[in-house]
Design a binder for this molecule. Structure first.
Ligand code: SF4
Ligand code: SF4
Length: 413
């Protein structure tokens, strides 16, 4: 492990922080890195080559503001190119592509060198999980990744805040830590954000959190809403991010281009040469409390598109076009807050139905969507709708609930 000096500004003058950094790639970079942010209360952002790096909360890892998502992971030449261009954080999981994402990244670590990349992988708390299943999942991940340590070990999709301090989880984390199998702890969260992220931040045990954050949070409601067990976020995301920041818990944003990972590159929302997707990335990176956005780079075109936003602020024109996009499309974007479902006098599972639509539209999981919809009882599905409109009145985001549930019924009913 190498020690490097990391220079930051504060109101009282320049301070020298000693940072423990693993990366040889950074060993000569930081002294010459240009400091871009550094007022008291803000984090540092440094530049090396064409990439900008931000501190991941108290892990003190400096990670590229564009991080590579491993679900799915690109082919090796693209992976190598991404690393060459300065991407130094890869997010994966034991479950991505049945372990092949980790295998591919393991190959990358062999070819590029372990010290060139920070790797975060995850374990699940699914069916009959216990301390042993966690430990064996992590050991399998290490083997696939060709490494003896992880930079960040995360709970995958933590949905129940009770699990965060469950003694089986804590014991597994402690044992693995003692064995040097990971450096920092974290979790990803797709649902029940309010409770899960708040607890993760407040309990002091977790160093970072990965959560969905995208342009549709522009229209974040101030309303108190109940959360719903799903992929998507509920309102209050920005507040949670600020809270994490105040406790120096690192935040990595995912689902930056809204649910499903589809690039929304609609010509009419382009601003000059800036694609809509690039504007979305810029918007997310505008939040200085976020260390990086995870994005996929499956082709060279996607890689270029993603990396082109590095260090470029969102222009006012781009922002206006984003706002137009959000205004036009917010009716398509469900935050899974659950309010419409609670409001339906007929007991129709509107939020669940919208989730099935996201499986179909966003993730191309047609069979899962179909199966999930068929499991609803007849009084819970869209055929029982009385068209009263209560669901839409309750939706803080203006989602066209009725049209969408009918669409699902037409597809799978
Ligand atoms: S319009 Fe249909 S789905 Fe919406 S609240 Fe009324 S009955 Fe429920
Ligand atoms: S449609 Fe609206 S109210 Fe219903 S879950 Fe989605 S965001 Fe919430």
């Amino acid at each position: 492990m190498k020690k490097e000096e990391f220079v930051s500004n504060t109101s009282s003058g320049r301070r020298i922080f000693l940072r423990s950094l693993l990366f040889g790639a950074f060993s000569t970079s930081l002294a010459s890195a240009r400091l871009l942010w550094g007022k008291e209360g803000q984090d540092e952002k440094v530049k090396k080559g064409g990439m900008f790096y931000r501190r991941l909360g108290r892990t003190n890892l400096l990670i590229s503001e564009i991080a590579l998502g491993g679900s799915p992971v690109p082919d090796m030449p693209i992976l190598l190119q991404a690393i060459e261009r300065g991407v130094n954080y890869i997010d994966t999981s034991n479950s991505y592509q049945n372990g092949n994402s980790e295998r591919q990244i393991g190959q990358l670590l062999k070819l590029a060198g372990r010290d060139k990349v920070h790797v975060g992988t995850k374990f699940h708390l699914r069916r009959n999980w216990n301390e042993e299943t966690i430990i064996s999942s992590v050991e399998d991940s290490l083997e696939r990744l060709n490494t003896d340590y992880l930079d960040v070990l995360l709970i995958h999709g933590a949905a129940d805040e009770e699990n965060l301090d469950d003694e089986r989880v804590l014991s597994a984390f402690e044992k693995l830590k003692k064995q040097g199998k990971y450096r920092f702890r974290g979790l990803s969260c797709h649902s029940n954000h309010h409770k899960v992220v708040q607890k993760a931040v407040d309990c002091g045990y977790y160093d970072m959190v990965q959560l969905g954050y995208n342009v549709f949070d522009i229209q974040e409601t101030e309303k108190e809403v109940q959360t719903y067990d799903d992929y998507l976020g509920a309102s209050g995301i920005k507040h949670l991010i600020s809270r994490a920041k105040s406790k120096d818990v690192g935040i990595i944003a995912m689902k930056t281009l809204k649910v499903g990972g589809k690039r929304q590159n609609l010509e009419k929302f382009k601003t000059g040469t800036t694609s809509l997707f690039q504007a979305m990335l810029k918007w997310a990176l505008e939040n200085k409390d976020i260390s990086a956005v995870v994005t996929e780079m499956l082709t060279y075109e996607q890689l270029e598109e993603d990396l082109a936003v590095v260090g470029k602020p969102l222009s006012e024109k781009e922002r206006r076009n984003l706002m137009r996009f959000v205004a036009e499309r917010s009716k398509d974007y469900c935050h899974m807050c659950g309010l419409c479902q609670s409001a339906c006098p007929c007991g129709i599972k509107t939020t669940a139905i919208l989730r099935f639509l996201a499986y179909y539209e966003g993730y191309n999981k047609t069979e899962l969507a179909k199966k999930s919809y068929s499991r609803l009882k007849s009084f819970e599905n869209a055929s029982a709708c009385k068209n009263c409109g209560e669901c839409e009145k309750s939706c803080p985001y203006g989602v066209s609930v009725r049209d969408k549930i009918r669409e699902v019924h037409d597809l799978f009913g």
